[in-house]
Write a protein that binds this ligand. Structure first.
Ligand code: 13P
Length: 245
């Protein structure tokens, strides 16, 4: 049995006041499922301080380097030092706007794992790739380098399937589309390690809302969600958490 995880990716939204308000709501009304919150870097320390027992905190990105002259970068050791538990790696917005490729993404996963952080590796196809019938090819490619280079350490990954065409568009994958993609992702692990493929958690992300969460989360291979816009509203996010049973 894989426990459900609901993760909130705030992206580049927030303020000290919003951090206090959203984490205060989660502390006052603790969700029954596992919850991880990913604020922007400047709010990490505040978020760690305010998170109750029920919530853990993560960063939206991490440097591929351990330390050194890399202006503007934040290392995995720094995140661990601030009490972060999780880190998102390879989000499509990083791949698209910062040209992150699978080798760089894998280096970031390695730095995170070295520091005992739990990385959430984000994968997903664009609309053009889906329309060309290439969704599975893209998912297989995005998983191949990390799985090959990490070997047994891949057991410590969580995967987020985030079809690019569903992110911030209001156009959610149907529960059946999500299930198909998640089963395919799991099959990529099964090819290497059958036990791991049963244990690895695969979250769905892309326009998750209270109205569609229960349908998505009821699919056998959907182990929770990575929520963007809807995570900025405490009531909406708590309703999504309540759908994760
Ligand atoms: P939305 O929920 O706003 O579509 O964002 C999804 C996402 O990218 C989470 O990482």
């Amino acid at each position: 049995m894989r426990p459900k995880l609901v993760a909130a990716n705030w992206k580049m939204h927030g303020s000290r006041a919003m951090t206090a308000q959203l984490l205060g709501a989660l502390r006052d009304r603790p969700p029954r499922c596992e919850v991880a919150v990913f604020p922007p870097f400047p709010y990490l320390a505040q978020a760690v301080e305010l998170a109750g027992q029920a919530v853990s905190i993560g960063a939206q990105d991490v440097s591929a380097h351990a330390q050194g002259a890399y202006t503007g970068e934040v290392s995995a050791a720094m995140l661990a030092d601030f009490g972060a538990r999780w880190v998102l790696v390879g989000h499509s917005e990083r791949r698209q706007y910062h040209h992150e490729d699978d080798v760089l993404v894998t280096a970031k996963l390695e730095r995170a794992l070295e520091q005992g952080l739990s990385p959430i590796l984000c994968v997903g196809e664009t609309l053009a790739e889906r329309e060309r019938g290439e969704a599975e090819v893209v998912l297989a490619r995005q998983l191949a380098t990390p799985l090959h280079l990490l070997g047994e350490r891949a057991a410590d990954l969580t995967i987020a399937y985030e079809p690019v065409w569903a992110i911030g568009t209001g156009r959610t994958a149907t529960a059946a589309q999500a299930q198909d993609a998640h089963a395919f992702i799991r099959s990529q692990f099964a090819a290497r390690d059958a036990k791991l493929s049963r244990l690895i958690r695969v979250l769905y992300g892309g326009s998750v809302k209270a109205a569609n969460a229960a349908d998505l989360f009821s699919q056998p291979d959907v182990d929770g969600g990575l929520v963007g816009g809807a995570a900025l509203d405490a009531d909406e996010f708590l309703a999504i958490c309540a759908a994760a049973r």
